[in-house]
Design a protein around this ligand. Sequence first.
Ligand SMILES: NC(=O)c1ccc[n+]([C@@H]2O[C@H](COP(=O)([O-])OP(=O)(O)OC[C@H]3O[C@@H](n4cnc5c(N)ncnc54)[C@H](O)[C@@H]3O)[C@@H](O)[C@H]2O)c1
Length: 363
Amino acid sequence: MDVVDICVPTPLRKTRDPDLSYVVKAVEAVAAAMRPGQLIVLESTTYPGTTDEVVQPLLEATGLKAGVDFFIAFSPERVDPGNPTFHTHNVPKVVGGLTPDCAMLAGALYGTAIETIVPVSSTRVAEMVKLLENTFRAVNIGLVNELALMCDKMNIDVWEVVDAAKTKPFGFMAFYPGPGLGGHCIPIDPFYLSWKAKQTGFDPRFIELAGHINGGMPHYVVEKIADALNTKRKSINGSKILVAGIAYKRDIDDMRESPALDVLGLLHGKGAHVSYADPYVPTLHARDWSGRHDIKASKITRGSIAQYDCVVIVTDHKGFDYDAIVAEADVVVDTRNAIKKRYPNVFRIGAPHPETKGEKVIA
Ligand SMILES: NC(=O)c1ccc[n+]([C@@H]2O[C@H](COP(=O)([O-])OP(=O)(O)OC[C@H]3O[C@@H](n4cnc5c(N)ncnc54)[C@H](O)[C@@H]3O)[C@@H](O)[C@H]2O)c1
């Protein structure tokens, strides 16, 4: 091969430290078969310094010299699963080389398939670009989630606030509250950055704070469910609760790091009889949630909802029959503002219940 492109997983360990074992194994495999003239590109999201501190020494252990005998670059992946407009060819590609020759070769490679190449001065800059992009999302989602918690206390509808704010044609970008962060990027990548920053003695406060707020959202959702059931003189313990949607976002089948798994686990831990519906995830395996037993997806159809004490909309898949949910469920907790009209049995996160007046003031 003339080019080897490495895009293996970069998860976190339980302690939230980077787990580079996949990268190391892949690079070792590349090194074992390396020959002069090859270009090796790392695409896995990782902390700044991985390419020159981890990848380069492993490859140079072959006796070949980077930038002379072979070439190394870092180019982050940018994918938005389910996005109908942006695909690989029309998403600009950031490329950082170890040396100018490395950058030139990697740019030429991607230029054959991608419309816009964005060269940057080093692999470290390219690594940091990706972490800025994902940290930007994590922090802004944290901000709007905090606003949702605040609005809940103040009996203001956060969804209405965001919709009105986004009419500002400059200087504002809409982010929406939700049940917590999901996917294998945004909940994880910022901690690669904070880990590396801490190595240099720097305390990255925004990342930690956003992680704290976003990580608390599933607990807030469960609190909302308890409040909703309470209006019917029911408790979570013993209630039949259907979680609608366990993929981490609408209309996809990926449930990695999905907050729905936390919500399910918390409800199960409090004694609820939990079920889930998700047209994209037919089975939830025991290994993937804290309940540790397999669950098969239930279907949301007319006549099947009344058996539940509560339906929680965690992922707003387009295919769900929201009319059936509203018509048949005893109470509904909506974490995505999926139900646009106001109903007495629907409780939204970050918004007052239609029958509530005034602020929740503790005297
Ligand atoms: N999928 C995305 O939307 C996306 C977007 C941006 C960044 N990323 C980043 O890309 C990287 C990969 O993510 P993914 O979603 O594609 O992960 P994935 O788990 O879907 O795929 C990783 C692949 O690597 C292979 N693999 C693991 N170890 C290997 C080895 N030693 N040798 C060869 N192959 C090996 C696995 O078999 C698997 O096919 C991560 O760093 C992630 O953060 C992914």
